[in-house]
Design a protein around this ligand. Structure first.
Ligand SMILES: NC(=O)c1ccc[n+]([C@@H]2O[C@H](COP(=O)([O-])OP(=O)(O)OC[C@H]3O[C@@H](n4cnc5c(N)ncnc54)[C@H](OP(=O)(O)O)[C@@H]3O)[C@@H](O)[C@H]2O)c1
Length: 212
């Protein structure tokens, strides 16, 4: 599959590297092609980089791995995304009264907001629920960790589910894009434990089932 990863920061470089390793073709969509880290990332993964809109045009799947405050302008500059599968792994994070939280919730979500920016695209919310370094680490767990997916298009969710499985996660369908309203606060559970409660970043969520 040809995957355009828009934003080659912590999440974009992790996902791009993970999928390149299992044989997908990655093009990193960036705004500055001259960065030394980008060159090293491309060499390491056998991938290429292009300006974001050019990369998005090439991708069968387009991954949005951008900082939330920059996302609207960046996403709206990607050109015509109608019909494409879009993975939204962004959390609408914001500081309020000195506390890290979400600037969307209850009556809408980052995922629904992203979908509203790109009508006709098949947006799937996922990969927002654990830290970047865990996203490609699913195979390192004894039991597969879980990654939930939300979105309106079942075929798109099935395709993205394969990309989730390829990184060692159990892909579970959370329902339509409205369910991003629960997946984004769910990410805050990980962030709270990892950043503020001392659990660290080396863990993921799993679904445990009894054996009898
Ligand atoms: N980090 C995590 O553990 C984690 C986990 C789950 C979800 N997320 C979510 O994933 C998203 C990305 O997080 P991150 O930690 O990867 O952030 P990051 O390391 O800051 O990377 C963001 C990347 O976006 C790039 N960018 C900004 N504007 C752009 C544009 N117009 N076109 C192309 N690239 C652009 C930046 O490039 P420049 O170098 O040019 O600024 C940077 O490389 C966030 O929404 C975050 O909430 C993060």
């Amino acid at each position: 599959m040809k995957i355009a990863v828009i934003g080659a920061g912590k999440v974009g470089s992790a996902l791009g590297s993970g999928w390149a390793e299992v044989g997908h073709t990655i093009v990193f969509g960036v705004r500055d092609l001259a960065k030394a880290e980008l060159k090293a990332l491309c060499e390491r993964t056998g991938s290429k980089a292009a300006l974001a809109a050019d990369a998005a045009r090439e991708g069968d799947v387009v991954v949005l791995a951008l900082p939330w405050p920059l996302a609207e302008n960046a996403v709206k500059s990607l050109g015509d995304l109608r019909g494409k599968i879009i993975i939204d792994c962004m959390n609408p994070l914001a500081m309020k009264d000195g506390v890290l939280g979400l600037e969307r919730g209850y009556t809408t979500s980052g995922g629904e907001t992203v979908a509203s920016w790109i009508p006709g695209a098949k947006v799937v919310k996922t990969f927002n629920q654990v830290g970047a370094e865990m996203m490609t680490a699913g195979h390192r767990f004894k039991t597969r960790p879980v990654m939930f997916l939300a979105g309106e298009d079942d075929a798109a969710k099935a395709t993205v589910g394969q990309l989730v499985s390829a990184l060692g996660y159990e892909a579970l369908d959370a329902g339509g894009m409205k369910q991003a309203r629960i997946l984004e606060p769910f990410a805050m559970v990980w962030i709270n434990q990892a950043l503020f409660r001392g659990l660290g970043r080396n863990w993921a969520f799993g679904v445990l089932r009894p054996t009898n």
